[in-house]
Design a protein around this ligand. Structure first.
Ligand code: MTE
Ligand code: MO
Length: 413
């Protein structure tokens, strides 16, 4: 039984125990728990330590008891069950999945003008290894209808502040491919702020899809859609309104879509207001730091280091510009190659004293490159042809490279 009346954990206490994190400016005193790594050096490593992994959610952190917690599975299944944590751990295989998780609102603060609330700078993205049970094993076991066009709606056990239950609908094809019920992060049980005792983990997709404090999985023919999900409480807000790209009025609700790659939806004529699922190609420079003064090594070179990712696609190339995007040189990937995870890159920069603007631009294995800028509201219908991210009211999917440029001052060695 999942108790309605659970204690909560204060986000301030979480931050006290995790000095590596810095609150997103402007979120103090709001309902949003939003914090990311303070130090850009996290983007020079293929793994983010748990302490430095970004955090985002809107309700209070529930203090759940793993001994009594259950995940119920309902809807189009032969056996409706409520699985205990022991059953989830012991009765099924355990696998470990790497995942670069980015908040769909990452870079929202680098829209012009910045978009509120939760105006993320660059740091709403991290890479961890998650251990848990493949959802495919569980769904087969309970006789779920696992046809490709079915959906699984995951519901969080965090108590909504404004009656909007945290629920996300994930297409069955993705669920069966690689989603897990995660109960460990980087080798330890999940910290409360990351979803203890269990969360859904959707590899390579925007963070919003990885529902924390997982309470219920409902197998259904549509995504959360229609009257039955609206009321007291309401389940459709985080699926059908927020976390979609729209410019003006609230978006039309859809019962289902069949394109889940977010950039494909942006380019498609069929989905007018894309849902944030698979992460768009993006990169960040980890070294040098923004607004820093550095000098070359004795051999005249500076080693630029960073990370590049492409959701559940792969990154293929990384280019670096040291003149604000006028000219580009190719960087090289180094370090391990893990699926659904960022790759480390480096670029040897032969340079002289002066002021520079560094930019990185990644391309995925389908030839899609980071756009240069973000569109304006008026210009948005032609954004893609103009090498721009479509401007959108809630500030999602900022994978443009110019807004992420780095200013450095190079002095003589
Ligand atoms: N139950 C619940 N799950 C949630 C959220 C939430 O508010 N409630 N926020 C989502 C969003 S928007 C993000 S970006 C990720 C962040 O996961 P993290 O805090 O472990 O980094 O959690 C997702 N899962
Ligand atoms: Mo998010």
């Amino acid at each position: 039984m999942n108790d309605d009346d659970v204690d909560t954990i204060d986000f301030d206490n979480v931050l006290e125990r995790r000095p590596e994190l810095k609150r997103v400016p402007g979120t103090e005193g709001t309902r949003y728990a939003a914090a990311g790594p303070r130090d850009r050096a996290v983007y020079t490593d293929w793994l983010t330590p748990t302490e430095a992994h970004y955090i985002l959610h809107r309700n209070e952190i529930p203090d759940l008891n793993a001994e009594t917690w259950t995940v119920s599975i309902t809807g189009a299944v032969e056996d409706k069950v409520a699985l205990s944590m022991d059953e989830i751990r012991e009765d099924y295989p355990t696998i470990v999945v790497p995942h670069t998780m980015e908040c769909a609102g990452n870079g929202r603060g680098r829209f012009d003008p910045p978009i509120e609330p939760v105006a993320w700078d660059v740091n709403g993205v991290s890479t961890a290894f998650w251990a848990g049970t493949p959802l495919s094993s569980v769904l087969r076991d309970v006789g779920a209808d696992i046809a490709d066009d079915m959906w699984v709606t995951a519901i969080g056990g965090d108590r909504p502040v404004e009656n909007n239950v945290f629920a996300r609908s994930i297409p069955m094809s993705k669920i069966m491919d690689d989603c897990i019920l995660a109960y460990e992060m980087n080798g330890d049980s999940l910290p409360p702020e990351h979803g203890n005792p269990i969360r859904l983990l959707v590899p390579g997709w925007y963070g919003v899809n990885s529902v924390k404090w997982l309470s219920k999985l409902h197998v259904m023919e549509k995504m959360v859609y229609g009257e039955e999900w609206v009321g007291d409480p309401t389940y459709h807000t985080w699926q059908q309104i927020a976390y979609r790209l729209f410019t003006d009025e609230k978006p039309d609700h859809l019962p289902y879509i069949d394109t889940f790659d977010t950039w494909d939806q942006i380019e498609s004529d069929e989905v007018d207001e894309p849902y944030t699922y698979d992460q768009n190609v993006k990169s960040l420079i980890g070294y040098p730091d923004d607004n820093s003064t550095i000098s070359p090594r004795d051999d005249g070179f500076i080693e630029v280091v960073g990370v590049a990712w492409a959701g559940d696609d792969d990154v293929e190339t990384i280019e670096i510009s040291t003149d604000g995007g006028e000219t580009w040189g190719e960087g090289e990937f180094v370090g391990p190659t893990y699926p659904n995870s960022w790759r480390l890159f480096r670029y040897l920069w032969n340079t002289e004293p002066g002021s520079y603007t560094l930019v990185s631009r990644a391309t995925d294995d389908r030839g899609r490159t980071q756009p240069a800028t973000i569109s304006t509201p008026e210009h948005t219908p032609n954004a893609v042809e103009s090498n721009e991210v479509p401007w959108n009211k809630l500030g999602y999917c900022n994978n443009a490279y110019l807004p992420h440029s780095i200013k450095v001052e190079v002095t003589a060695p």
